[in-house]
Design a protein around this ligand. Sequence first.
Ligand code: ATP
Ligand code: MG
Length: 606
Amino acid sequence: MSASHISQPKTAIATAPEPIKPSNFLRQIIESDLEHGTYAARCWGGSPGDAAHHDGKPDPAKIRTRFPPEPNGYLHIGHAKSICINFGLARDYGGVCHLRFDDTNPEKEDTEYVDSIVDAVRWLGFDWSQPGNDQPYQASDYFEFMYRAAEVLIQAGHAYVDEQTAEEMRLHRGDFGKPGSDSPFRNRSPGENLAKFRAMRAGTYPDGTMVLRAKIDMASPNINLRDPAIYRIRRATHHNTGDTWCIYPMYTYAHPIEDALEQITHSICTLEFEDQRPFYDWLLERLIEGGLLAAPPPRQYEFARLNLTYVITSKRKLASLVSEGKVAGWDDPRMPTIVGLRRRGFTPESLQLFAERIGVTKSDSWIDYATLEGCLREDLETKAYRGMAVLNPVKLVLTNWDEVMGPGHLEPCTQPALPHVPEGTTPPPPRHFTIGKAVWIEREDFEETPPKAYKRLYPGNTVRLKGGYVITCTGCSKDASGSIVEVYAHVIPDTKSGTPGSDRVKVKAAITWVGVADGVAAEVRLYDRLFLDAQPDAGGKDFMASLNPNSLLVRRAVVEPSLAQTLPDQKVQFERHGYFVADRHDHSMQRPVFNLAVGLKDSWGK
Ligand code: ATP
Ligand code: MG
């Protein structure tokens, strides 16, 4: 963050028309499906279910999308993109978006994460509830159906129990250049397979001794179709189903079924699932053939995941930052988690704007972190009340004050809380503060021997105290070590901002300040990027090695009274410094604590 420029930034007035939503390949697919009535005859039984459950009840929703996080960590900025895409498409096309916990993996999941995901989606401004149905869905509620579907596959000769070791299975799978070879267990009869599978469920066999595999094609050029495993034995307590199950479905098997039971039309995921799509389609076709699932099946579409410079977006890696104490928790304001971004001062609107702006594509790329910051700046520009704060204070004494203004006099000053309000809206009440004999100014606003082109305070120079008086610097006092203790100046009477003739003395700079009499001490946390490397974990790099040692600097600052009166989570602009947020957890009016959200202009690397 740089505090090197004095005057207020040019403030753009928000009169630009709402941009028309740019189209993208997903919008085109949906528009084409709506035009061709692809899903017009689809049914919805009011809750997820099989073909019989949905039968005969036309779906009032034109499309159904879903956001299916695994509850194994806090959501991050990449998930925010996915949330905005899925909920945004449903909203824009008369559809419904489901929030579904993809909780089929018993080991890593936790209700703490479930709650945090619910909060994050709501906070971003989205809602999954439908009439008579306000709970998010849980994939684990479908375990019984998934099991039934597996039995149907077995009976139709589409699945078999394989007792090869993991190593043998790996050896028989082949690779990109070499077809796989059949398992010796591949040609067991459906009856034998069914008995084995039922025994697997009953807990007859130890973990890892056998799996159920789809019977497709061991020579397929797509390795995902070489008889993928669809069930494994795993004795683990599940956060929803407890110890009911000792066999669990594999993700690639569970996910298409979850989509189909929920009558999803457009199942949107990231590109790494592209190779899974043939299996997704294969499985649903078999289950529709078997009469279990309703046609038409959902279709999977892939988009490029968000990669953001200076940021890592992997729950696992973010978890390691927390567990190794590199940050103060999942909601540390340096974390790209939704809770972290929120505590940092990001707004739902800024994240929605970001998702809109980066768009949806099918090719991977990196988005510049400055794009995200720009969206926040844009959102706060017209919303965040202004105020002055001195982050690195030194006392300025107006030595002629008592003489020209009266001993101990405090002069009231006012400034607008918002310099520009959108046309037709009433501006908020102005801020009030006072000026007296002593004020706090930024240490870097005084130079005893000014560098070239320096316009702020130096002996003999005249500047304005923003919103106050014009003053002429006379000198300073120093301690034994030569550091400056106080700066001295003369006040020029009758130059108070906003009074007639106040501009008769021309100045080249206006500096920010806070009165010693009414300023409030505050803790200000200056956050910077967590990593120094733009792609901290690309190509398997050790992201811990590029942690920025200066990602947090804590300042003892002084703020004007109106800033101290902000509520936790409220965003403000410290004039000239940037946008800050009153910390959600630590701020109080008695002991204000602010986090830097974003500087006034992009100063990274400059
Ligand atoms: P992580 O690797 O961080 O655990 P994930 O993909 O495993 O991420 P899920 O909980 O499975 O996390 O993801 C839920 C949804 O969010 C998925 O549809 C996934 O495609 C999407 N998603 C995850 N990360 C990103 C990202 N960086 N950009 C866009 N979408 C993402
Ligand atoms: Mg995942």
